[in-house]
Write a protein that binds this ligand. Structure first.
Ligand code: ADP
Ligand code: MG
Length: 351
């Protein structure tokens, strides 16, 4: 097991796409680290560069204190699980799991024993003689995991390993994988474009955009204190309200209303400055009648979220959303007042 350190890591593909732009990242030994970002931001490239499947254009990869920048994939002692699992269709489960051990020239009996042990651990013991085509998506995913575990690598690299599973299996696999990583304690980099998955699974996470890391932190830090409007807009099951505003003396003007300066921004603002005011729909209190400091308007849409509703208000032609508990949701066309929580609202200057 080992820490992973990246410094100034850059990857420019032939043709000129800069997929990684001087990334710095330190992942301590044993951490479950999620790498989150939209499609095309460089997640797979980063993982493949750590694994040695891509050659870095610049910078260094250090695994377990050893500089492996120029080392071939086989010499890096990391194991990667791909999005499509990359199982061998003509091999049974045992041989698929044992394959990396065969490459390492481990004796046949020892290979079978190891495959049986790991397979049992992942609940595959009754499926060891089947081929991938005779398994469900969830079972195939477990075989891919088992193959990685059998190698006893210093680090696991996962590239969107749950994205081919249906919604319910995906939730199960999330819990299962997280538990397994805890037990094994192997440093893990888990790539996903699903913010909920990253928040649920990670010890720490990075949010990437266009070859850059925009924020690194615990899920709680990234959720509650997104560092910029990109991260703010990307994280959360309902997108954060990001509203253009301006500083007016000791208050803010947002969507034609006066709102209090958020606790986190006190003292930093100058009169007249343009800002972006951010507050999550979950951090609004909602009422049907006028309230001081509220963003008041007309209810345009009411969406059922199950135990709550997402109410979209038209506030002087600006869209403002609030999550409203079950039972107190308004009807379309009603007046509505959403009051941001001052301790949860944020001010951005990068909008
Ligand atoms: P992600 O995994 O976040 O979707 P990728 O790492 O696959 O992103 O891609 C990052 C960028 O690099 C994209 O613009 C993509 O088109 C480009 N890219 C990826 N692989 C190659 C390649 N082999 N050759 C050229 N460009 C590539
Ligand atoms: Mg990818």
């Amino acid at each position: 097991m080992a820490a992973i350190e990246l410094s100034g890591l850059t990857k420019v593909y032939p043709g000129g796409v800069k997929a990684l732009d001087a990334l710095d990242l330190e992942i301590p030994d044993g951490e479950f680290f999620a790498l989150l970002g939209p499609s095309g931001c460089g997640k797979t490239t980063l993982l493949r560069t750590i694994a040695g499947l891509e050659t870095a254009t610049g910078g260094a990869v250090v695994i377990g204190g050893r500089d492996v920048t120029g080392v071939q994939p086989g010499g890096r002692d990391v194991a990667m699980v791909f999005q499509d699992y990359a199982l061998f269709p003509h091999m049974d489960v045992t041989d698929n799991i044992a394959y990396p051990l065969r490459i390492k020239k481990v004796a046949k009996d020892a290979r079978r024993d190891k495959a049986a042990e790991v397979g049992a651990r992942l609940g595959l013991d009754h499926l060891m003689d089947r081929r991938p085509g005779q398994l469900s998506g969830g079972q195939q995913q477990r075989v891919a995991l088992a193959r990685v575990m059998a190698t006893q690598a210093q680090a696991f690299l996962f590239d969107e390993p749950l994205s081919n599973l249906d919604a319910r299996l995906r939730l199960e696999a999330r819990t299962f994988l997280k538990k397994l990583q805890r037990e094994l304690g192997v440093t893990t980099v888990f790539v996903t474009h699903d913010q909920a998955e990253a928040l649920a699974m990670a010890d720490r996470m990075a949010v990437m955009e266009a070859g850059h890391i925009r924020q690194i932190g615990t899920p709680a830090e990234v959720f509650q204190r997104p560092a910029n409007t990109f991260v703010a807009g990307f994280i959360g099951s309902t997108p954060m309200n990001l509203l253009d505003g301006a500083v007016r003396g000791d208050t803010l003007e947002v969507a034609g209303h006066k709102v209090a300066v958020p606790a986190s921004a006190g003292g930093l603002l100058s009169d007249g400055e343009k800002i972006v005011y951010g507050v999550r729909p979950e951090y609004m209190s909602y009422s049907a009648g006028p309230v001081d400091g509220a963003l008041g308007g007309k209810v345009a849409i009411v969406e059922n979220l199950g135990a709550s509703h997402l109410v979209t208000l038209d506030v002087n032609d600006v869209t403002v959303q609030a999550v409203v508990p079950e039972g107190s949701e308004p009807a379309v066309g009603d007046e509505g007042y959403a009051t941001p929580r001052r301790d949860r609202a944020l001010v951005y200057r990068d909008g």
